[in-house]
Design a protein around this ligand. Structure first.
Ligand code: ADP
Ligand code: PLP
Ligand code: MG
Length: 276
């Protein structure tokens, strides 16, 4: 079987736990061929770790997308997009490609930062990205924004949000309760337009979880490219990221990344599923 090719349209996290670095590391763990069209560069102040986000000129993104599409990605993932113009270009990249799968990780905030990247982006994501998404992977906050329901605090809230996001065009929705939902387990809700499935693992340490969301969406994309159904792809991705979090490590006084290779090289973790 030929190597599956995956393009991520995402930002660079210099600390390399999240962003396109997390995507490439994860794609490699699945023996898929990762490519990048870079949208923005994130640097951190070594004294405070506050994030400095610089979007790249749109012409530069256009050139990268042109190159990557000429190589023929089987799947495309989006991460930090940063501006409405970039969001539009990411949607167009998928439409212009022959890729079968489009995974949208609607990054709105970075962990440890509470400032939303750009409030106008939410409307642009709803308009341009959701109608094309094979799978969309919002965290609890992002699901509240994309659904317009605001703060979500229960599985019932997550179900309503998933329905709304599905009605806005995303074929498969997985809302990550993991980090933000009050629960002693790490719960994510998957919805395919018919059935709600709760995906559960134990909750592990949450100090060193930088990049968990990117890693989960990248693993979902790789599993889709390898031929798994969306449902099987998100279940497999959850096991992959659970192990990455369990074996996350302290980088400095501010941050600790997940260990992207933990599932393959340290410990496999099972995921329980239940219709709700
Ligand atoms: N402490 C934890 N233990 C186990 N799994 C977790 C934990 N925190 C988050 N997860 C899982 O990691 C994935 C990413 O979730 P989350 O950290 O909420 O996303 P994001 O990084 O986008 O905010 C989800 O599958 C979530 O359930
Ligand atoms: C470039 C980039 N993309 C995405 C994210 C989101 O990361 P997470 O997977 O922790 O949600 C970050 C956070 O720092 C980032 O720097
Ligand atoms: Mg995220």
């Amino acid at each position: 079987m030929s190597l599956k090719k995956i393009l991520t349209i995402a930002g660079s996290d210099t600390s390399a736990g999240a962003g396109m670095q997390a995507d490439l590391k994860t794609f490699q763990e699945y023996n898929t061929y990762g490519m990048v069209a870079l949208t923005a560069v994130v640097a951190m102040d070594p004294e405070t770790w506050s994030h400095d986000v610089t979007p790249l000129p749109i012409e530069l993104l256009d050139k990268q997308i042109k190159t990557a599409l000429s190589i023929g990605p089987d799947a495309i993932k989006t991460g930090m997009l940063g501006t409405e113009e970039i969001i539009e270009r990411a949607a167009k990249a998928f439409q212009d490609s022959n890729a079968q799968y489009f995974v949208v990780d609607p990054v709105m905030v970075c962990k440890g930062e509470d400032e939303v990247l750009n409030p106008g982006n939410t409307d642009a994501m709803i308009k341009h990205l959701l109608p094309l998404a094979t799978v969309v992977t919002p965290n609890l906050f992002e699901a509240g924004q994309l659904s317009g329901l605001g703060r979500l605090t229960s599985i019932e809230d997550m179900k309503r949000a998933a329905e709304t996001i599905h009605n806005r065009g995303a074929k498969h929705v997985v809302i990550k309760g993991g980090k933000a939902l009050e629960s002693d387990k790490a719960l994510d809700l998957y919805y395919d337009g018919k059935t709600f499935t709760l995906l559960t693992t134990d909750k592990f340490q949450s100090s060193y979880n930088h990049g968990a969301g990117c890693t989960f969406a990248a693993a979902t994309t790789a599993n889709l490219a390898l031929g798994k159904s969306p449902r099987e792809a998100v279940i497999a991705a959850k096991g992959f990221v659970a192990s990455a979090i369990k074996h996350g490590w302290k980088m400095n006084d501010f941050v600790g990344p997940v260990q992207h290779g933990a599932y393959n090289h340290v410990e496999k973790i099972d995921v329980a599923t239940e219709e709700v």
